[in-house]
Design a protein around this ligand. Sequence first.
Ligand SMILES: *Cc1c(COP(=O)(O)O)cnc(C)c1O
Length: 228
Amino acid sequence: MKVEENLQKIQENIEMACRRSNRHPDDVTIIAVTKYVTIERAQEAVEAGVVHLGENRDEGLLAKWDALRDKPTWHYIGTLQSRKVKNIIDKVDYIHSLDRISLAEEINKRAEKVTNCFVQVNVSGEESKQGLSPDEVSEFVLSLSKYDKIRICGLMTMAPFTEDEMVLRTCFRKLNELQSKIKNLKLKYAPCAELSMGMSNDYAIAIEEGATMVRIGTALVGEEGVGG
Ligand SMILES: *Cc1c(COP(=O)(O)O)cnc(C)c1O
């Protein structure tokens, strides 16, 4: 499938999810997750009109960044080791995986300008998942005030891998409630207006529950081996 066709289908689904939840499609941003695909396929996504690209490894990000430079807006969406921060920090516009003070420290040290960060939350409590537990988030955000290069733009989560709609919905709803709580702290460095949640299998539900950024790989650009 061409990215263009996938994109059109996804946009239709987003419009329907927005209609069901009384939201406006302009308030939902699609991030094309290109981690499984070639540079050419990422290029095709940009030509099809995708503005935001996401990668989860520094090598992948750098390879695609070299080819596409500042055409797209870049998102780093995966586990980020502190020692890798210096490789990506001047290339990315958003980091979706801030989950510890030592990482905040490193981002603050390496960044030349203010970096938009999402605090990653492990809402479902699965052991395999990265992120803070929900009850740690407020204190964590409060403790970031001394880092002048960090702006907390929102919260991010990965839902459990399940088809159970109620489980997914509950997970997204909890992140939404937590986001309101952080937003209401009215911290200058933490406007926390965004919710990064929803992937290929669950983005429609995530949008119904308030997602403002959906991270879509497989359904948009395909999986490994898809070259265009
Ligand atoms: C891979 C990945 C995605 C996209 O997953 P798909 O199911 O292919 O849409 C989204 N978010 C994160 C953090 C990922 O690692």
